[in-house]
Design a protein around this ligand. Structure first.
Ligand SMILES: C[S@@+](CC[C@H](N)C(=O)[O-])C[C@H]1O[C@@H](n2cnc3c(N)ncnc32)[C@H](O)[C@@H]1O
Length: 238
């Protein structure tokens, strides 16, 4: 995975999500023991969202974070969910259809590394469990920074690595040994389960992500470690 060049890696990630789109929400709930909804809602509550704001949700996948954002942004709020996987977007469409927010969420196929928006287009820009998957984290953050208005918020919620030694060992035991077994029992395609530990090992830890937030120019950068450091929320103000 680390050896792949950016384009090959993007193709790999896109195919991966195309192949698991239908099972992604279930997979996530099993994988995180249902903590993912709590992590998203924690993130949304920290994002300084006011009613009526325009929000871009990068790497929106099946739309779970976009839906939570729409709930928070109220009737006048406008959310754009962007992802490069067509099948993840189809699943997002289905998920959004079951909510009262269909009119307020627009889905768009596009690349996080080349956001198709002009500078300063959104009050808030979010990425949920996406930084781990993009081929260039710094570039994705600088694109999010670019399209966010001055005074607006850039936020990431992502799986992270616990720092306490015992928890760290348990964590990798779970992701590298137990999870593939669960995957083999319940799901046909186990490739994502083998990819996940690799993507977690190469993901910068929460202090490095904080540095990247500062490097793109964000101010008042804050981070929260959730569930013993298994997930982390980072946010900064432009
Ligand atoms: C783990 S899923 C996260 C989905 C969703 N945000 C959530 O909260 O569950 C990661 C998503 O990032 C998308 N993705 C990865 N790299 C991307 C890129 N360069 N541009 C757009 N989408 C990308 C994948 O297609 C996938 O849907």
């Amino acid at each position: 995975m680390e050896q792949m060049d950016k384009h090959r890696r993007e193709d790999f990630v896109q195919e991966l999500f195309d192949s698991i789109a239908k099972r992604y929400d279930l997979f996530n709930a099993v994988l995180t023991l249902n903590q993912d909804s709590y992590w998203r809602s924690f993130a949304v509550n920290k994002a300084y969202i006011k009613t009526g704001q325009s929000i871009l949700d990068v790497c929106c996948g099946t739309g779970k974070l976009s839906i939570a954002l729409a709930e928070k942004a109220g009737r006048q709020g406008q959310i754009v969910g962007l992802d490069f996987s067509e099948t993840m977007l189809q699943q997002a469409k289905e998920n959004i259809r079951k909510t009262p927010y269909s009119q307020r969420i627009t889905l768009l196929q596009g690349n996080a590394l080349h956001l198709p928006f002009s500078d300063q287009s959104f009050d808030c820009t979010t990425i949920g469990f996406g930084l781990r998957n993009v081929a260039d984290i710094a570039k994705a953050l600088s694109e999010m920074y670019r399209v966010t208005k001055s005074g607006g918020t850039v936020l990431s919620v992502e799986l992270s690595k616990p720092s306490a030694p015992m928890l760290k060992q348990l964590y990798f035991l779970y992701f590298e040994h137990l999870l593939p077994l669960i995957g083999n029992l319940g799901f046909k395609k186990n490739q994502p389960y083998y990819n996940l530990p690799a993507s977690l090992r190469t993901l910068p830890d929460h202090s490095e992500i904080q540095k990247l937030f500062l490097q793109v120019g964000l101010k008042q950068v804050t981070s929260y470690q959730l569930t013993g450091g298994i997930a982390a929320v980072h946010l900064g103000i432009k």
